[in-house]
Design a protein around this ligand. Structure first.
Ligand code: SD4
Length: 316
């Protein structure tokens, strides 16, 4: 039986590379996905997840994260949590509980403290500068503040057919205090059933939640539809529905993998993602919308270099 992992955005590369080695060595899906997501959370230059994540309008880093086990359907989630190092580990711990599996704000922090999770100031100088600059820009140009946000989400299949999914994000940059996106919400930001497959989303949470899109992709895969077809159908039909009813569709991207390790990606914007399977080492792809379809190709060296330069560019 093969293993596999699919994840949103280029930022997942190092985590997926590490986790795919662990999967190769026979480690289980839950441990591998937690490791992969926490590597993204720990890296200061990924500005929308964990340490270095962009703050809310009050310059506080409030984080959302979830973990789901596809065998037992156990879920754990936190939202609006501040000053803890690895939200995904807290979410995973909550998934062991029968009650109180989704905690927000001060309640989530109390749980994390009582369970010995590491505290950390998650606001970096770089994120603070970005916040200040953005504030000025919004005032000067009368811009919508809500820009710049990406969730890391992963679906993981191990050699023993266990599947998990997990997400982690600082949500929308400049969000209101207490705002929660789709990423910690079951069925919207993520869903997995080891007998079928899993999916997770990134993009404008306010729109993703309107369609419970991750669940929808898993449901279609459960009806026997191939992952790529399932995810394209969900994205194109729901984007059209939003435009019909609301005149606008926010950015939506979803990655999915079924219980055989076959995977799919759908997007209505340009979107990078990472895949590793037993046959293929971890690789970054760039996807684009093409009518009702999504096309993708491996990221070029130029693309990878430009990304590296962009995330580390000095901020005045
Ligand atoms: C949210 N879906 O909080 C997240 C943010 C994101 O690409 O993934 N943006 O709405």
């Amino acid at each position: 039986m093969g293993f596999g992992m699919i994840a949103t955005w280029r930022m997942a590369l190092e985590g997926v590379t590490c986790a795919s080695e662990m999967l190769k060595n026979g480690l289980k899906s839950d441990e591998c996905i937690e490791k992969a997501i926490s590597m993204v959370e720990d890296y200061p230059f990924y500005k929308s997840v964990g340490y270095g994540g962009l703050p809310n309008e009050n310059c506080e880093v409030e984080l959302d994260s979830a973990f789901m086990d596809g065998n037992t359907l156990a879920i754990g989630a936190v939202a609006g949590i501040k000053n803890f190092k690895n939200p995904v580990s807290i979410a995973r711990k909550l998934s062991e509980d029968r009650f109180n599996i989704f905690l927000v704000g001060a309640g989530a922090e109390k749980f994390a403290h009582e369970n010995g999770f590491e505290r950390k100031n998650m606001l970096t100088e770089r994120a603070k500068k970005t916040w200040k600059n953005r504030l000025e820009e919004i005032k000067a140009k009368n811009l919508s503040p809500y820009d710049g946000h990406d969730t890391v989400g992963m679906v993981c299949l191990d050699k023993y057919k266990n599947m998990t999914t997990a997400t982690s994000t600082s949500g929308l940059f400049m969000k209101k205090r207490g705002r929660v996106g789709d990423s910690p919400i079951s069925g919207s930001g993520f869903y997995v059933d080891s007998k079928i497959g899993g999916a997770c989303a990134t993009g404008l949470g306010e729109d993703i939640m309107k369609g419970c899109l991750s669940y929808e992709v898993v449901r279609l895969m459960g009806e026997g539809i191939q992952p790529q077809q399932a995810v394209e159908k969900v994205i194109s039909e729901f984007s059209k529905k939003l435009i019909e009813r609301r005149k606008k569709a926010g950015a939506i991207s979803i990655v999915c993998m079924n219980h055989k390790g076959e995977w799919g990606v759908g997007t209505n914007v340009e979107f990078s993602f990472v895949v590793a399977t037993e046959r293929e080492d971890a690789k970054v792809y760039v996807a684009n919308q093409q009518g009702d379809k999504t096309t993708y190709e491996e990221a070029t060296k130029e693309w990878m270099d430009a990304y590296e330069e962009r995330i580390k560019r000095p901020i005045e």
